[in-house]
Design a protein. Structure first.
Ligand code: GLY
Ligand code: MN
Length: 463
């Protein structure tokens, strides 16, 4: 938890950017796995954590925009809980640590909200993503289940995004720490990867690094020889010399800040010529973002510049034909990189995705494109100091997608479909780093950069 002043200042800023009404922030509850008492690891809601810092289940908070009153609702433990969980601090003492001096039992929340509703006051809430909170909102406010998102407050979403998207120094320190754990996870994978191992053995060790040094991975680890499947969560294959393995993983540390890195490794420790060619294009695109990301440029422009590197590289290899500018305008890169260059990262690995991708990565000046590939860009906004974003270009050879484009004649004049057939078993390459936008440019997050050139990756794997 940060110093109470941090939470007080965040709530003050939130209040000053809202016009009127009550802000209702719901924390998360425990989620059962296979029977009621066997629960998944508890994860607090990130916006609740951001404004109230309390990392316990079954809490809610109200901020009265007009009076400035702030209340935390929750229950103190009773003797039955103490028998199983040990003594727990009182809610009023926990609330005092984040600068709130009014607390009530959770059941009182309904009375406060009913009173506000009777007075015709607006109650702002964020779009719920857990069923428990949907049921709660339905009971407390009478919101229909199919209207949870439309009834949520865009004014509140925008106010929260405006604050959370610019990371404070104390947050950057935490993200740097999360990146350092992410570094060790990847370094472990590089050191241990050998043909004959099963992918899961490496996943297990990476999870172990994370669990012993931090908390948990920031999302389920992606580690697969079938790197052309962007989010491949199957890990049953035997690693084979001559194949590539995409390793995409990061840590969520105790403060819940995340990291997210990808490296693509040759399973046998040495890239083939064909792999080196593709890898080098992706690494050039990844470095380009590092060179040009700075305040004032939009991340959409950075995405398009990286796309040009990718398309030019593929033209040089004879896989794409024609003029690079025309090919990028036509969206050729979508066949090879059907995702965006990156996303915001913070308390969530895809930061604030629950608040709506368009509300986070886009604004009035930047509307989401409809073109395949570009439409998947999560962050298009103009960059500002304090933004934390991932830089994750990739080239993938997805046989089903290539066949679809061939059949439909999509970008026919630009693509050498015949030559692409020799890449059907290639897989994919992705390289991902985490960037902090600074006053004049950007910097990599974490104390050290993971090996990213062909030579450095091979050297690490030899070691
Ligand atoms: N690194 C996984 C993702 O960004 O979706
Ligand atoms: Mn990512």
């Amino acid at each position: 938890m940060f110093d109470r002043k941090i939470y007080i200042s965040r709530r003050d800023k939130l209040v000053s950017s809202m016009k009127s009404g009550l802000i209702l922030l719901l924390g998360n509850s425990e989620a059962s796995c296979n029977y009621a008492d066997n629960q998944y690891l508890f994860r607090q809601d990130s916006s609740f954590l951001y404004f109230f810092g309390l990392d316990k289940p079954d809490l809610a908070a109200i901020i009265d925009v007009e009076s400035g009153k702030q209340i935390v609702f929750g229950n103190d433990v009773d003797i039955d809980d103490i028998i199983w969980m040990g003594p727990q601090p009182y809610l009023c003492d926990q609330a005092a640590e984040i600068g709130v001096n009014e607390t009530y039992p959770f059941a009182k929340l309904a009375d406060f909200l009913a009173e506000a509703q009777n007075k015709g006051r607006k109650i702002h809430f964020l779009p719920p993503y857990r069923n428990h909170n949907k049921i709660l909102l339905n009971k407390l406010l009478g919101v229909a289940f199919d209207q949870m998102t439309s009834a949520s407050s865009l004014e509140l979403i925008n106010a929260v995004v405006k604050l959370r998207i610019i990371k404070e120094p104390c947050e950057i320190e935490e993200i740097d720490k999360a990146c350092n754990v992410g570094y060790t996870m990847h370094y472990t994978a590089m050191k241990m990867m050998k043909p004959g191992m099963v992918e899961q053995q490496i996943v297990g060790m990476m999870e172990g690094v994370c669990a012993s040094d931090a908390l948990m991975p920031s999302f389920p680890i992606i580690l697969s020889q079938n790197g052309e499947t962007l989010h491949n969560h199957t890990h049953h294959q035997i690693l084979t010399d001559g194949r590539l393995c995409v390793v995409d993983a990061g840590a969520e540390i105790a403060s819940h800040y995340a990291s997210d890195f990808t490296r693509t490794l040759p399973c046998g420790g040495k890239f083939t010529t064909m792999q080196k060619e593709i890898y080098t294009i992706v690494s050039t695109a990844n470095n380009l973002a590092l060179d040009i990301a700075r305040p004032g440029i939009t991340y959409k422009e950075v995405h398009l510049s990286a796309s040009k590197i990718i398309v030019q590289g593929l033209i040089n290899l004879g896989l794409v034909k024609g003029d690079v500018e025309e090919a990028v305008a036509a969206g050729v890169q979508g066949l090879f990189m059907p995702h965006g260059l990156g996303h915001n990262m913070g308390l969530d690995v895809h930061d604030m995705e629950d608040l709506g991708e368009n509300n986070v990565g886009y604004d009035e000046a930047h509307v989401r494109a409809t073109q395949f590939g570009l439409a998947s860009l999560r962050m298009a906004r103009e960059l500002q100091p304090g933004h934390v974003i991932t830089d994750e270009p990739g080239i993938y050879f997805i046989p089903a997608l290539i066949e679809k484009w061939k059949k439909e004649g999509t970008c026919r004049g630009f693509i050498n479909f015949a030559k692409l057939e020799s890449y059907y078993k290639f897989g994919g390459v992705r390289i991902e780093d985490d960037l902090l936008i600074t006053k004049n440019g950007c910097r990599l997050l974490g104390a050290k950069r993971l090996p990213n050139t062909v030579e450095d990756v091979e050297e690490q794997m030899r070691g």
